[in-house]
Design a protein around this ligand. Structure first.
Ligand code: PBG
Length: 330
């Protein structure tokens, strides 16, 4: 008996050229979306302590950064606004003169081909840090009041779209938010504004660094009464089905790296373009381990983002977007 194998899978791994020819998953800068935090003021470029390499910008410095990104070949940004003043309902979110709206206008003037996506949520704009207007339930628990929040979200999306946003991305996890925003946009004659739904968004501890960046931590409680429970993936297709029925143009799964099963599930069930969001905690963990010298930042970031692509995401929202465009170009 021949004790040596006839079939040798290693044959196809022998050279870099062969491995390159046979690579099934390829990352390209054209699939990446870079998040950016914009606040009021001028000349501000404040590094976020828990997210090395990420900044809060004012509109002017944001423009410098975004020009650089566009020059490097990044196709799209996802904007998050940070107001100076917060209130109970988050009215700063639909202020046409707020930093986000001004930045959208400037981008569209200077870089008309860059795709501008905006996060539509209220947590940065409410003094309590929840994603909508609060109510008290009969048993005394304080919760986000779904339906009044829908009106605020629709006003916010319309304000972003009027400023020139190409795509609005509601992330508040209110029931009916996609439908409310779609009709708000249509009534305002904005029927060509796209809608990327954070359809499958889990209540995740991986958003921790983002809440420092966006100054949006809930002052009491958490978001488990509206974001999904990570133990119940059965709800992901219901969430996605509803958003499709309500008019979403694209779906999103968030977080990404620990939810590859969910990404591949949604990919199989739906034919809409699918985005995945590699969130702040996923970024910060890689950065921290790399800074400690424990992992190779570039190799790990490329591997993890490739895995998110392999799971079925068409587009990836990642804080590594700028670095990835450099790495992929080399
Ligand atoms: C707004 C929003 C959050 C993130 C994106 N949109 C925070 C949250 O839901 O608490 C998180 C993004 C990240 O962690 O990078 N609701």
């Amino acid at each position: 008996m021949n004790q040596f194998p006839t079939i040798r899978l290693r044959r196809l791994r022998t050279s870099a050229t062969l491995r390159e020819m046979l690579a099934e998953v390829r990352l390209s800068p054209s699939q990446l979306i870079a998040p950016l935090f914009v606040r009021e003021g001028t000349g501000i470029r404040r590094e976020i302590a828990s997210m090395p390499g990420q900044f809060q910008h004012s509109v002017d410095t944001a423009m410098e950064t975004i020009r650089r990104w566009a020059d490097k070949g990044l196709p799209a940004v996802l904007l998050f606004g940070i107001p100076d003043k917060k209130d109970a309902v988050g009215s700063g979110a639909w202020d046409d003169g707020a930093a986000t709206q001004r930045l959208i206008g400037e981008i569209k003037q200077a870089l008309p081909h860059l795709v501008v996506i905006t996060d539509v949520c209220l947590c940065e704009y409410t003094e309590h840090g929840h994603c909508g207007t609060l109510c008290t339930r009969p048993d005394g628990t304080v919760d986000v009041d779904n339906d009044p929040t829908l009106i605020s979200l629709a006003k916010t999306a319309v304000s972003h779209a009027q400023a020139g946003a190409d795509i609005v991305a509601p992330s508040a996890m209110m029931d009916g938010q996609v439908g409310a925003i779609r009709s708000g946009l249509d009534e305002a004659d904005l029927n060509m504004t796209g809608l990327m739904s954070y359809a499958v968004k889990f209540a995740s501890s991986l958003y921790g660094p983002f809440r420092d960046a966006a100054e949006s931590s809930p002052q009491s409680g958490d978001r488990r009464a509206y974001q999904m429970d990570y133990r119940s993936t059965g709800q992901s297709s219901r969430e996605a089905h509803l958003d499709v029925a309500e008019g979403a143009d694209m779906l999103m799964v968030k977080p990404a790296g620990a939810y590859l099963d969910v990404i591949s599930d949604v990919r199989r069930q739906f034919d809409l373009p699918l985005a995945a969001y590699q969130v702040s905690g996923e970024y910060s963990m890689i950065k921290a381990a790399a800074q400690a010298g424990w992992i190779d930042e570039r190799a790990v970031a490329v591997e993890v983002v490739t895995a998110i692509k392999r799971a079925g995401a068409d587009l990836i929202i990642t804080y590594f977007a700028e670095q990835l465009t450099e790495w992929l170009g080399e």
